[in-house]
Write a protein that binds this ligand. Sequence first.
Ligand SMILES: *[C@@H]1O[C@H](CO)[C@@H](O)[C@H](O)[C@H]1NC(C)=O
Ligand SMILES: *[C@@H]1O[C@H](CO)[C@@H](O)[C@H](O)[C@H]1NC(C)=O
Ligand SMILES: *[C@@H]1O[C@H](CO)[C@@H](O)[C@H](O)[C@H]1NC(C)=O
Ligand SMILES: *[C@@H]1O[C@H](CO)[C@@H](O)[C@H](O)[C@H]1NC(C)=O
Length: 351
Amino acid sequence: MAQQHVLHHRPIQSSSSSSSPHSYSPISNRPIFLLSRNGLFLLLALLFLVGVFLPWTGSNRGSSSYFPSNWRDYSLAEAAKFVSKDGTVIVCAVSYPFLPFLNNWLISVSIQKHQEKVLVIAEDYATLYKVNEKWPGHAVLIPPALDSKTAQNFGSPGFFNFTSRRPKHLLEILELGYNVLYNDVDMVWLQDPFQYFEGSHDAYFSDDRTTIKPLNHSHDLPIPDRNGVTYICSCTIFLRPTNGAKILMKTWIDELQSGSKAYEGNDQPAFNWALNKTAHQVDLYLLSQAAFPTGGLYFKNETWVKETKGKHVIVHNNYIVGYDNKMKRFHDFGLWLVDDHALESPLGKLE
Ligand SMILES: *[C@@H]1O[C@H](CO)[C@@H](O)[C@H](O)[C@H]1NC(C)=O
Ligand SMILES: *[C@@H]1O[C@H](CO)[C@@H](O)[C@H](O)[C@H]1NC(C)=O
Ligand SMILES: *[C@@H]1O[C@H](CO)[C@@H](O)[C@H](O)[C@H]1NC(C)=O
Ligand SMILES: *[C@@H]1O[C@H](CO)[C@@H](O)[C@H](O)[C@H]1NC(C)=O
């Protein structure tokens, strides 16, 4: 396939862009390559080799022999290598009660054809086994695991201990050399986000403030408000494996460790301080508000949603308290995809 593509592609390219420095005359080159006996033999031999070896290398990826006999022995490095494509991994972190939200998010990611890159960081063993049973290789657990007692205590110091591990996981993936897109699972993709990570900045993120900005707003870190704080969301973060992105993650980890009391179950303020402290040395990029709107805007201002129709890329179901309320709101806005699109989820139906 790849060979055929190259052979067909070159003459088309050369005739359509004669000014290109790589252009050549198809008339003078083609006979040498195609009509000489040696050339023809070489081509056949090449196609034969491709035909023989591609199925082997291709099936390696899906083979169960790649996986350990127990998922608890599956490492982050193995998992990242298995799911990555073009050097990129998409991660989320999920505990068992949130599987329905994971499924909903995953359906939206699948519709945009990026599901193969998804790695679920399971907070507990039930999630690890469930996801890997349905979709082998796409979940990993980085010990220690959340026990069911702590899991019930949302907002407790123990629970916060877990959510606060996010920058550590992201740093580890960066150290392995991958681009990483982190996403919360109370989100839905309406378009492919990757085209919005333009340029070669270290870190991309969105604003959680509901104040409406002009469509051409600046991509710099926003100016702190009257209280001296910014409200960048820790829900969508795209990082390149650069020194800058690693410095940002390390600073976020330091902030969490030095001030966890003040943050009370939320790692977002620490992320904002990390951005503030590293802005002079890290290349930061604020994503478009219309493309990555906060729930405080998307679900609350119908006029704005109409004005920005067609521009929304990832919608965040935040600015609402409670599991059931969140789910109901997704239903009300036609964003609960689980009912009608269950077959499009790599997890299939979750019973
Ligand atoms: C948080 O995690 C650290 C290190 O894993 C542990 O020493 C500490 O006891 C934990 N705190 C709570 C409240 O669970
Ligand atoms: C956005 O557009 C307005 C009106 O065209 C212009 O005055 C303003 O300078 C632009 N802002 C940025 C950040 O480009
Ligand atoms: C960091 O925060 C301080 C205090 O709020 C503020 O004065 C400063 O402008 C911020 N720096 C950046 C780069 O946002
Ligand atoms: C809702 O959006 C419209 C259009 O952008 C804006 O004029 C209005 O001020 C917004 N309302 C609120 C409450 O922010």
